[in-house]
Design a protein around this ligand. Structure first.
Ligand code: PAZ
Length: 348
């Protein structure tokens, strides 16, 4: 309560593009229904878009146009964690655990299922196909390679056959122009690109899936409250007050992503909260699927939650021992849901 009182007393300069004649407005005027959360549209008016937003939109528009002509299904995957800068000239930022395994792995299974994939990921997080070599905890990338006397480099024969299979799939995806990689770093990049990207995909109507696997911060420091320069330690202990991030799922469902199948994720550490919170999100935002997962078991089990039903997808101990990935169950399940969505406008 105390925090909220402090926020409400804050004044913000209006954005340069604003047509209003006043120069400042109170946060109270910007809050969504008095719940202490800034409306997403206000957020976009008050923050500067990422410098490469134009390039992002150009690439995405060309990709979507191409697949629309071919009548292909397209999935827009978000993957990895967002950063929350503590300074405008950013030295420090808040981050989270996500390294993009869910998103990158899911992208491969969607490609196998015939989808074109827009993979919007945190810069330097896991990417489809590359992930098998770049982020392997037991083996560094250069250890797959062998230097030859003639100055060339080859793949160590013990890895060649597996690498060959992955390379074939990777080249197929690239040559058929079915994989578009786009990136983000900060929460602000993410929100601008989600906003813009979902509106570009909206022309695909039911043919699009929005698969929101990124771990997006719930809290941030508004630009107007950010220190311009590196925060100095001579001032002693630091106290941070973070505002709540705008609830972007609501406009995504009702305004931006017209008729697409929207799949969000819910991550919890307290198992008792998982399904109730996922259900609350479905009711609040009115989208089609929430995939619930627990921090420690997210690679073995998920719960698919829809309006009138839910089911648990899990790997058996035997499947785990064979390194089967849970995404090999999630994606076929979603493809069924999507088939049904396209045919009937409701989830299976
Ligand atoms: O990136 P990763 O594979 O390590 O983790 C995936 C995940 C847990 C971030 C994802 O499955 C998820 O739940 N994303 C949404 C998190 C949330 O904002 O609740």
């Amino acid at each position: 309560m105390e925090e909220q009182d402090t926020i409400v007393q804050q004044t913000y300069p209006m954005p340069a593009s604003s047509t209003t004649t006043t120069t400042t407005t109170t946060t109270e005027q910007l809050l969504d229904n008095g719940q202490g959360v800034i409306d997403p549209e206000v957020y976009f008016n008050m923050n500067k878009p990422p410098a490469n937003l134009g390039e992002f939109e150009e690439k995405l528009t060309a990709f979507v146009n191409h697949h629309q002509k071919l009548d292909n299904r397209v999935v827009f995957i978000t993957s990895g964690g967002t950063t929350v800068p503590l300074e405008n000239q950013t030295v420090r930022f808040i981050d989270n655990f996500s390294n993009g395994t869910r998103g990158a792995t899911s992208a491969e299974y969607f490609l196998e299922a015939g989808y074109a994939v827009v993979f919007m990921h945190r810069e330097f997080s896991l990417k489809p196909y590359h992930r098998h070599y770049t982020h392997n905890p037991t083996q560094d990338f250069l250890d797959y390679l062998v230097p030859k006397e003639d100055g060339s480099v080859s793949v160590d024969p013990k890895y060649a056959s597996e690498m060959h299979k992955i390379l074939i799939k990777y080249h197929q995806a690239k040559e058929s122009n079915r994989l578009l990689l786009l990136d983000f770093v900060t929460l602000s990049d993410y929100l601008f690109k989600l906003h813009s990207g979902s509106r570009i995909l909206a022309r695909l109507q039911q043919k699009a899936i929005y698969y929101l696997a990124a771990a997006v911060s719930d809290f941030f420091i508004p630009k107007q409250k950010l220190s311009e320069h590196k925060i100095q330690s001579r001032d002693g202990a630091m106290t941070l007050t973070l505002d709540q991030v705008p609830k972007f799922l609501k406009p995504l469902v009702s305004l931006w992503a017209s008729n697409g199948l929207i799949v969000s994720f819910k991550l919890e550490t307290d198992v008792n909260l998982l399904v109730p919170k996922a259900r609350r999100a479905l009711e609040q935002y009115g989208h089609q699927v929430v995939i619930g997962n627990m921090l420690t078991t997210r690679k073995q089990t998920v719960t698919m939650i829809m309006k009138d039903k839910e089911r648990v997808l899990s790997l058996t101990p035997e499947e785990l021992s064979k390194n089967i990935e849970i995404e090999s169950k999630i994606i076929p399940d979603l493809v069924n849901i999507h088939d049904h969505w396209i045919e009937t406008g409701v989830t299976a």
